[in-house]
Design a protein around this ligand. Structure first.
Ligand code: ASP
Length: 425
């Protein structure tokens, strides 16, 4: 990471540095992310089907499922409340001058990415309230598996198949179970192999982030806002640490160390979905969470549990309102931010920048003047990538924490069972 940052910075000083990184270094990072995405669907499928069919009894699944959703919603609400409290206490919007607003508007308001995010948000908003349930149920299993954005559909199919396997006599489901058990071990081995390339890929990804970063002057104007988000995210880590220490009685430092490769990857890729294979491997093999729990809790978490993103949405929404629409900062609007940010984080895709799309929805729900939306997003756009990296790290840490807590609560937190890539070479 450090070498990537240093290299990226050095290259910004050379006239050909940026194109060198974009043409020759950054493909390495893209290939690595592609490899991780490549195994996401087979991994979810194999591990979820294996996890459920290992259960022997459906009532256990109900217990795990209910707890998972409840804890996910609770951690997300905690995150939003932390974000809202901080942004109201620290008032990061107070020191933004008219000149800064103009500069940011000039630079970004017409940016194609901003308009595409607003367009995407309005597409999602025009749907009915139960659309998310409809979206979860695929009409074609193969089509669902052919698109990484349809992860919840794959999860639905895998759970459905796994439960049905439990309902038929064991000798009839046996061969299918063996197939998925074996696929599961193979895919986990693929994670080990892909991770051999991680140091080089992380170097490439960070060098690219540095050469595509924005003008440092603009970043400095947004420092107070960014600081508020970062402080909130750090407090969230504290919440996780306390939960691990008190509930599971494990050392939080040990826990963070075990999952650190997943955190590092989340930071470098800004995508919890791309990180999922590594999160699963770390939580199962290195923390000791039984696969019956992790195979359900982690893929579901990657898609619906985004504590970092929801905290960011609360801070960003209020920050934008402080600068552009202070009269809208009523108590009732702030309360509705809690609800919409919760729903928005469930609805956010686990890919870079998704949080910003949902931010538009949060702002529109509280009645933010739509003609000022582009200016609002322009305010935070410059610093969005680094904050995305950080919030994704928190999203992944939150998923791993909840998986460990749920495992402990159902007696499925065992000893780590680390497998190296060349164990059987
Ligand atoms: N990049 C985040 C994730 O994948 C989502 C977001 O906050 O934009 O978890």
């Amino acid at each position: 990471m450090l070498l990537g940052i240093l290299f990226g910075y050095t290259m910004t000083l050379l006239p050909w540095g940026k194109s060198l990184i974009q043409d020759w270094i950054s493909p390495l990072g893209t290939i690595f992310i592609n490899l991780l995405k490549l195994i996401a669907v087979p991994l979810i499928l194999a591990s979820l089907i294996k996890g459920i069919s290992d259960l022997k009894d459906i009532s256990k699944f109900k217990r795990i499922g209910g707890r998972t959703i409840l804890i996910y919603i609770s951690t997300t609400i905690i995150a939003i409340v932390i974000g809202l409290s901080l942004v109201n206490i620290l008032q990061p919007g107070a020191n933004i001058t008219e000149a800064t607003i103009n500069k940011l508007t000039e630079t970004y308001a017409t940016n194609a990415k901003i308009s595409s995010r607003i367009a995407e948000a309005s597409k999602q908003q025009s749907q009915g309230p139960l659309q998310f349930l409809i979206d979860m149920v695929p009409q074609n299993a193969v089509a669902a598996m052919s698109n990484n954005k349809l992860m919840l559909q794959v999860i639905f199919f895998a759970i459905f198949l796994g439960i049905s396997m439990l309902l038929i006599p064991e000798k009839e489901s046996d061969s299918l179970k063996k197939f998925f058990d074996s696929l599961n071990s193979v895919v986990l081995k693929m994670v080990d192999l892909i991770m051999l390339g991680a140091p080089y890929a992380v170097f490439a990804l960070l060098a690219k982030v540095i050469v595509t970063a924005d003008d440092p002057d603009i970043l400095i104007a947004l420092l107070r806002y960014a600081g508020t988000v970062v402080l909130g995210l750090l407090l969230m880590v504290l919440v996780y640490i306390l939960a691990i220490a008190f509930y599971t009685k494990k050392s939080p430092i040990w826990f963070l160390k075990q999952i650190s490769p997943a955190q590092l990857l989340a930071f470098s890729t800004s995508s919890s979905a791309a990180t999922l294979p590594v999160t699963m491997e770390r939580v199962e093999e290195h923390v000791g969470v039984d696969q019956e729990v992790s195979s359900f809790v982690l893929p579901v978490g990657a898609t619906i549990n985004m504590d970092g993103t929801s905290l960011y949405q609360a801070v960003a929404a209020v920050f934008i309102m402080q600068v552009l629409w202070p009269e809208g900062l009523t108590l009732s609007n702030q309360l509705s931010i809690i609800l919409t940010a919760l729903l928005a984080s469930i609805g956010s895709a686990a890919v870079p920048g998704a949080g910003m799309v949902m931010l538009v929805i949060v702002l529109e729900t509280v009645g933010f003047p739509s003609e000022r939306l582009a200016v609002g997003l322009a305010l935070i756009f410059a610093i969005d990538r680094p904050l995305d990296m950080l919030r994704t790290t928190i999203n992944v840490t939150g998923d791993a924490t909840v998986a460990t807590i749920v495992a402990k609560s159902v007696g499925k937190l065992g000893k780590p069972n680390i497998k190296d890539w060349d164990d059987h070479l």
